[in-house]
Design a protein around this ligand. Structure first.
Ligand code: FES
Ligand code: FES
Length: 155
């Protein structure tokens, strides 16, 4: 039997009936069609599924959709402002902070949350903040540079 939940995602209110076992990441992707949030491991290891739930960076494979009832959620689709990329997205572009791009939505969401709490992080702080997000392509250097570039105002 389903449970009725209400959430706000990227400023839009949704009400859906969901199975109690449905993970938040699958709710976002399959119920709301927000496929920018990726599924990697489904075991809380890779960070590809990172979103913001009530202002906290959360691996959305670690939370049930029913646990998000009443929450305000931001996904990668909510980062850009129309055609203008979020400054951190732009910095990833400028610093070539991605190759296959699979980890990128989670990296951006985790990195944006870091910059909110620490607008001028050094390399160590960036690496610590992103340690829950895995990338199989870049070796992380360009990702770290992208976060630094965003902190410096994209110059
Ligand atoms: S899919 Fe959630 S941490 Fe890997
Ligand atoms: S860019 Fe491919 S996993 Fe990070």
């Amino acid at each position: 039997m389903g449970h009725q939940i209400r959430v706000e995602v990227n400023g839009t209110a949704y009400e859906r009936e969901v199975e109690p076992r449905l993970l938040l990441v699958h709710f976002l992707r399959e119920e709301l069609g927000l496929t920018g949030t990726n599924v990697g491991c489904e075991t809380s290891l890779c960070g590809a599924c990172t979103v913001h739930v009530d202002g906290v960076a959360v691996k959305s494979c670690t939370q049930l959709a029913v646990q998000a009832d009443g929450a305000s959620i931001r996904t990668i689709e909510g980062m850009a402002d129309g055609d203008s990329l979020h400054p951190l997205q732009q910095a990833f572009w400028d610093e070539h902070g991605l190759q296959c791009g699979y980890c990128t939505p989670g990296m951006v969401m985790a990195g944006a949350k870091l910059l909110e709490s620490n607008p001028d992080p050094d390399e160590g702080a960036i690496r610590t903040a992103l340690k829950g997000n895995l990338c199989r392509c870049t070796g992380y250097h360009t990702i770290v540079r992208a976060v630094r570039r965003a902190a410096e105002g994209g110059s």
